[in-house]
Write a protein that binds this ligand. Structure first.
Ligand SMILES: C[S@@+](CC[C@H](N)C(=O)[O-])C[C@H]1O[C@@H](n2cnc3c(N)ncnc32)[C@H](O)[C@@H]1O
Length: 214
């Protein structure tokens, strides 16, 4: 696919700081969220016929590699080079390939009407950022393509089982409904789930899960 990330366009200090934060978080040899796919991701993906999958904010590749092993053609986007290296190593260990693009999601030029599915797994942005990025992600889906997401809800604040400590980067049901309002939503639920995903997501957590079709 002709799609190359570009990290050189003007990023503000806050965006550069975020990128550094994530590179630092991924600099350890351990996989912060483990090497197994997120449970909801695995469950939802299992309902679909393999095709082209977009994974914005994919991190160290646990979901991308799982999908590639099941026959999906995977494009991952993230601004962390450290994460990309670990994801590519994981892919090589399993003898699969993923297309891992280094780009800030704000700048990623996502090709339109291209993907059969897109999954947004624990990508915590402010509402304005999420709106801009999800518009591009949704435009990238083919008609009939499936979108699904899992993220921490605002009710996660104060819990020690992962997620940002900034309420502006946590989601609510009305927010998510608005963010994906262009799609036909078949599931949108807030629930408490037990997480056991590396050191980063561990313990009972309040999450929002959504599934929608374009
Ligand atoms: C909590 S991690 C989740 C990683 C992965 N989705 C998973 O579930 O294992 C959030 C990821 O989003 C990426 N990210 C956050 N903001 C981003 C941005 N503006 N552009 C690109 N990647 C971003 C981070 O580098 C990080 O890998």
């Amino acid at each position: 696919m002709e799609w190359v990330g570009n990290m050189s366009k003007n990023l503000n200090q806050g965006e550069i700081a975020m990128q550094e934060f994530w590179n630092k978080r991924y600099s350890d040899k351990n996989y912060v969220y483990g090497i197994n796919p997120n449970k909801f991701f695995k469950h939802q993906l299992g309902k679909l016929k393999p095709g082209k999958l977009l994974l914005p904010g994919e991190g160290e590749g646990r979901n991308a590699v799982y999908a590639a092993r099941r026959g999906w053609e995977v494009t991952a986007v993230d601004f962390s080079v450290k994460a990309q290296i670990k994801a590519n190593n994981l892919a090589a260990e399993h003898d699969v390939e993923i297309n891992y693009i280094i780009s800030n999601l704000y700048q990623a030029e996502i090709p339109v009407d291209t993907f059969d599915a897109a999954a947004f797994i624990y990508v915590h942005l402010t509402n304005d950022e999420a709106k801009k990025i999800l518009q591009k992600v949704i435009a990238g889906l083919k008609q009939g393509g499936t979108f699904f997401m899992e993220c921490y809800s605002e009710k996660q604040l104060g819990r020690q089982s992962g997620g940002p400590k900034d309420i502006n980067r946590l989601y609510t049901i009305p927010q998510v409904r608005e963010l994906i309002s262009e799609l036909n939503i078949s599931k949108l639920q807030e629930e408490e789930v037990p997480l056991n995903e590396g050191e980063g997501h561990r313990g009972k957590a309040m999450v929002i899960r959504a599934v929608a079709v374009k």
